[in-house]
Design a protein around this ligand. Structure first.
Ligand code: DMJ
Length: 473
């Protein structure tokens, strides 16, 4: 009797309050995002112009290799165009065309150069029609091609841009399978099938190495074709492989990619998805039943996360999820699985709210932070934007506003934006990677900007948020 009275009381106390929040001012938020973009961009221009990245604490710069490859300007250009920053975009485009050369005698990481530079040049070409950008992309594409010359067709990790020598036989599904959107678009725009064929073969060869139960591992060797790490998940080193199976089908209408995606997703949902009911706890983490004092969250809650499992047995290994994994809600939404997309996004947002900013890795069962860093990642914003576009539910605008405000509060510095060493202590680190411009600010902006800014249903974003448009038959 006492228990059922308590239940009634708790139920009514905890019943959701009718949402009476004032309508959110999208126009004002879009303007705020643009102004924060410019704050970071001006910091880059002042302290790191001509280099790859800004170091926001020491107000200096960082280059990835022996000489700069203009990672930040190329990654940022299409965002400037979408934000309507015309003069800034014109100056940046001219600077890139006058200064960027890929005739460099050093090794670069094929995956990073493909998603940031090849992707950035191609989308900026599509947005401006400037043929010089396409010529630069083609030159880069040709210099990257030697990576595919392995006994299996799986790409080596590094290539020397001048000599074409390759190295790095151990790679992973993300680096091998996240190339077709960029190489395929380059192929369509130049009329040269080789780019499409090589990247597609790499994707198929990656898929062919799935386990008998349909899961991918973390690392393999491109010369032997053998797995060297069999941990399966949707996180770093595998993540965008799944994204490109789906998106290559959507962008190119490639039926093999459709088949591979449809054959892959059931295993992911069977073995990696972790659905459970979380029992209510008090704010102190004690069970709600039998505890005293005020109880806010009292009803058991169904949660969906994606954890780790062994690729051969499907046995759960760890219950970790993190900032990178948050991209998967966008992929699920794009695939038409809105139910899982919404549930997973709710989980990502809970992870975000626990410390007011998300950690790199989180144990979703115990709610403990495993890796506390936050390198300014965009994935949760990307998924918020996709869910808003698919559902039109203002809930996602409010979610985006919270994320944006926390992001500004904790990461803004005098010279730009800084990664966090720890989301718990909020201590900053001296890094501002180029994807803050390509992705984080772009997805924030597109979430709040008028839909006409970019035709969501006509573009496919590469994994660095560079939008590709099908302009070919
Ligand atoms: C980006 O370079 C890409 O989104 C990639 O797929 C994963 N990591 C970063 C952003 O977090």
């Amino acid at each position: 009797m006492i228990k059922s009275l308590a239940f009634l009381l708790i139920f009514f106390v905890a019943a959701p309050i009718v949402n009476s929040q004032p309508a959110l001012n999208k126009q004002r938020l879009a303007a705020e995002v643009k102004s924060e973009f410019l704050h970071a961009w001006n910091g880059y221009k002042k302290y790191a112009w001509g280099h790859d990245d800004l170091r926001p604490l020491t107000k200096s710069f960082h280059d990835w290799y022996a000489q700069p490859l203009l990672m930040t300007p190329v990654d940022a250009l299409d965002t400037m165009i979408l934000m309507g920053l015309k003069d800034e975009a014109d100056t940046t485009r001219k600077y890139i065309l006058d200064n960027l050369s890929f005739d460099k005698d050093f090794y670069v990481q094929n995956f990073e150069i493909t998603i940031r530079l090849l992707g950035g040049l191609l989308s900026s070409y599509q947005l401006t029609g400037d043929k010089h950008l396409l010529a630069l992309a083609e030159d880069l594409g040709n210099r990257l091609l030697p990576v595919f010359e392995s006994p299996t067709g799986l790409p080596y990790k590094f290539v020397n841009l001048k000599t074409g020598k390759v190295r790095g036989a151990e790679t992973n599904p993300a680096e091998a399978g996240t190339l077709l959107i960029e190489f395929g678009t380059l192929s369509k725009l130049t009329g040269k099938p080789i780019f499409y064929d090589k990247a597609k073969r790499a994707l198929v060869e990656t898929y062919n190495r799935r386990s008998p139960i349909g899961l991918m591992g973390t690392r393999f060797n491109v010369e032997t074709g053998q797995w060297t790490n069999t941990d399966s998940h949707i996180s770093a080193e595998i993540d965008s492989y799944y994204e490109y199976l789906l998106k290559s089908w959507l962008l190119f209408g490639d039926q093999d990619c459709k088949r591979m995606w449809l054959a892959s997703i059931p295993a992911v949902n069977k073995y990696l998805a972790d659905e459970f009911v979380r029992e209510p706890t008090t704010p102190r983490g004690l069970p709600a039943w039998g505890s005293r004092g005020s109880v806010r969250r009292v009803r058991p809650r169904a949660e969906l996360w994606y954890g780790h499992a062994d690729m051969n047995t499907g046995k759960r290994s760890t219950t970790t999820y993190g900032a990178l994994d948050a991209f998967f809600s966008a992929v699920l939404a794009l695939s038409g699985d809105l139910n899982r997309a919404k549930q997973l996004q709710a989980s990502s947002f809970r992870m975000w709210k626990q410390h007011g900013i998300e950690p790199e890795e989180f144990n979703y069962r115990t709610r403990e932070v495993v890796h506390a860093g936050y390198p300014l990642r965009p994935e949760i914003v990307e998924s918020t934007y996709h869910l808003y576009r698919f559902t039109k539910n203002p809930h996602y605008l409010r979610m985006g506003e919270t994320i944006f405000r926390n992001f500004v509060t904790h990461c803004k510095t005098e010279a730009g934006y800084a990664a966090l060493k720890s989301v718990v202590t909020k201590e900053k680190s001296d890094s501002m990677q180029s994807f803050i411009f390509a992705e984080t600010f772009k997805y924030f902006y597109l979430l709040f900007a008028p839909p006409r800014t970019l035709a969501f249903d006509k573009v496919t974003f590469n994994t660095e948020a560079h939008p590709m448009r099908k302009t070919w038959k």
